[in-house]
Ligand binder design. Structure first.
Ligand code: PRX
Length: 652
């Protein structure tokens, strides 16, 4: 482990919004001393309220909390209209297409396009405040318009990542009881068309569906089926729409969006974020963590289907009036120099990506950054999973020219925005370390038994001990699950506190390093996969008697999925490769390619306790090819451990 601390670049510090540790501590201490005063002042300053709020924080029904109650606002107005006086001709979004096209959309154009979209949804589809709209879209401009159009008319969007299968899409549509789906015929990947609309058709084909209408953006012009009375072409309907659209007046705590994410058990949860608190923190973290300046170009490579895309491609950058790059393509296509070529050509100042992408770019194109002029870069961000020191060093030196701040941002779908992160002009950086809680965030590593803060070097649970504005408000339609999932594990001073599901450790300076999930969630390339979901899919195979999946360290993805499968019978089973293929096909149908297993092994049984609990810790050790040192005496059949050990040894 590298031990050195990298001091902030004085050039960055000079101009930064938070330019020293003194300023950091001043802010953090003022939040500690007067929590409501701190947040109330920022909310007043940062948000263009239609009507002011009466109360900063209402915890009377905790863990159901209200922020800025009584306030009225519109998030699309906050992201667009309020900039028109000073920035109407500034690029709001620069779209970089898969086939190389570049389109810059100014704030004025964004205003017009979002309003037209909003009018279409209101007038032609009858979408009203509170209605749920599923967005199943590629990374194209219309996806951004769709998101902001929903916000403008008060509809609650639920974006489903375009890589999810029909079955996964259907589950999310049903859970949210969505009235409308917005999709595209398809888009381009590596210059070839691929399709989305057929997946929507399949998701809606069987059983009762709440969906009344489907809006199809014609992107790649490939043939798709049109269902009369249900499917409508965006390209046709949008033509006649008016360019002004009254923004809906929203309460601070009206829902803004749902985003489904995996937990350790059961189906994905509909994480609900509300209006004011979410947009406030999206904007503040954009300003503090990326320190984007008026003339900067900022690029986050995420997909809008994940929370990073929501907060740090769309809402955060636009709320602060920045120029945000939206990239349709694949970062390694046509070669691993693609991102650096874009950085050079757009003169990108802040670049934000996942450790998986950094590892892949490093592996495929170690020397590529050196071929481009990357001198515009000031801040490099990472998100989604722990970054290893090797990838960190390459990012710092080869991409950042040893002069950029690396912000290792730790957060989750549920936190809405960054929670623990360095500040580029203030925090001395330790490689592969998320460092300190952001000002206003009371993040602490606690001992789950005692609720006390752990000592440096002792592992504990990463918790947030006070509510914060952009926190999850509910699991859609399931209050009990919200309470149990996040407030059931750790108590501080006798009161339940928010537990992230991650383990973490302090160093002697109080810096926080995230050590990974403490539950059965696997982090594949920075995307969360619940073991229960993958297991449920595998169990759909008729010859599967039992299954357990665990995470296994993976060179590029961080973690890969390792499945232990017990078959009902060997009879009629062709070769194992066929069986693996059949099971992976089911996973593809049920969830999507991102959940495909990296390893699958057919075993005679699983290590279970006498009460039937599968010992996942043992399975994780076995998957790594390590010797099991855990106590196996409580197992129903301890010999199974040795059998699996031998089988894995043989395979390797
Ligand atoms: O385990 C943590 C990991 O990603 C989880 C959140 O995943 P998701 O909700 O999909 O959001 C991903 C984008 C914010 C966390 O519980 N994680 C996220 N950021 C980091 C991280 N692990 C280590 N270091 C990070 N910077």
């Amino acid at each position: 482990m590298l031990k050195e601390l990298y001091l902030p670049n004085p050039e960055l510090a000079k101009e930064a919004r938070i330019g020293s540790m003194e300023q950091y501590w001043y802010l953090q201490n003022s939040a500690k001393n007067d929590y409501e005063g701190f947040w109330g002042a920022f909310a007043q300053k940062k948000i263009d309220w239609f009507e002011p709020f009466d109360k900063v924080l209402d915890e009377s029904n905790a863990p159901f909390v209200k922020w800025f109650d009584g306030g009225k606002l519109n998030v699309a107005y906050q992201c667009i209209d309020r900039h028109l006086d000073t920035r109407k001709n500034k690029a709001a979004i620069i779209f970089v297409g898969d086939r190389g096209e570049e389109i810059a959309v100014t704030y004025q154009e964004l205003y017009r396009n979002v309003n037209k979209f909003a009018n279409l949804l209101r007038e032609d589809f009858g979408v009203k405040k509170g209605d749920r709209v599923v967005i199943y879209m590629p990374m194209i401009l219309e996806a951004a318009y769709a998101i902001l159009a929903c916000a403008r008319i008060g509809a609650v969007h639920s974006i489903v990542f375009g890589g999810f299968s029909a079955e996964a899409l259907k589950d999310r549509i049903l859970d949210a009881e969505a009235k409308v789906v917005i999709t595209a015929d398809g888009a381009y990947r590596k210059s070839k068309p691929y399709m989305l609309k057929p997946v929507v058709d399949k998701a809606l084909e069987e059983g009762d569906t709440p969906v009344e209408k489907v809006l199809v953006v014609e992107r790649n012009g490939e043939d798709v089926e049109w269902v009369g009375g249900r499917d409508y072409s965006y390209n046709e309907l949008i033509a006649g729409k008016g360019i002004t659209c009254e923004p809906e007046v929203m309460d601070s705590e009206d829902p803004l969006f749902l985003l489904y994410t995996s937990g350790s058990t059961g189906k994905p949860k509909g994480v609900q974020h509300n209006q004011a608190g979410y947009i406030l923190w999206a904007q503040m973290t954009m300003e503090w963590v990326f320190d984007v300046k008026e003339n900067d170009t900022y690029w986050c490579t995420a997909d809008i289907g994940w929370i990073t895309g929501h907060t740090y491609i769309i809402y955060g950058p636009l709320a602060m009036g920045a120029t945000t790059v939206m990239f349709e393509g694949v970062i390694t296509y046509p070669d691993a120099g693609r991102p650096w070529q874009i950085v050079e050509s757009l003169s990108v100042n802040q670049f934000y990506t996942a450790p998986t992408a950094i590892r892949v770019l490093h592996k495929m194109g170690e020397d590529e950054p050196g071929k481009y002029d990357l001198s515009s870069l000031k801040v490099l961000g990472t998100v989604g999973e722990p970054i290893d020191p090797t990838a960190w060093k390459w990012y710092y030196e080869a991409v950042g020219g040893s002069k950029c701040a690396i912000v290792d941002t730790y957060w989750q779908t549920e936190t809405g925005g960054h929670i623990v992160s360095p500040l580029p002009g203030a925090t001395p950086i330790k490689p592969a370390c998320a460092t300190l809680p952001l000002p206003g965030i009371m993040a602490e590593i606690l001992d789950p038994e005692t609720g006390e803060k752990v000592e440096p070097g002792e592992g504990g649970y990463m918790c947030i001990t006070r509510p914060w504005p952009s926190q999850i408000r509910n699991v859609w339609g399931d209050e009990a699950r919200y309470v149990k999932s996040y407030f059931g594990d750790v108590k501080k001073d006798g009161k339940p506190v928010y537990f992230t599901g991650d383990g973490a450790v302090y160093d002697e300076n109080g810096y926080i390093t995230i050590t990974g999930r403490t539950d059965d969630v696997i982090n594949v390339s920075g995307h969360r996969m619940g073991t229960a979901e993958v297991e449920a899919a595998i169990k759909k195979h008729e010859n599967v008697a039992a299954v357990a999946v665990v995470g296994k360290p993976h060179e590029l993805k961080g973690e890969g999925i390792f499945a232990y499968v017990v078959l009902k019978s060997d009879e009629g089973v062709g070769d194992e490769i066929e069986e693996v293929r059949a099971i992976n096909n089911i996973i593809k149908q049920e969830i999507g390619n991102i959940a495909l297993c990296d390893d699958m092994i057919f075993v005679p049984d699983l290590p279970k306790t006498r009460s039937g609990k599968i010992m996942r810790r043992i399975l994780r050790t076995l998957a790594k090819g390590e010797k099991v040192t855990q106590d196996t005496s409580t197992l129903e059949d301890p010999s199974i451990v040795e059998t699996i050990e031998v089988m894995i040894g043989r395979e390797c």
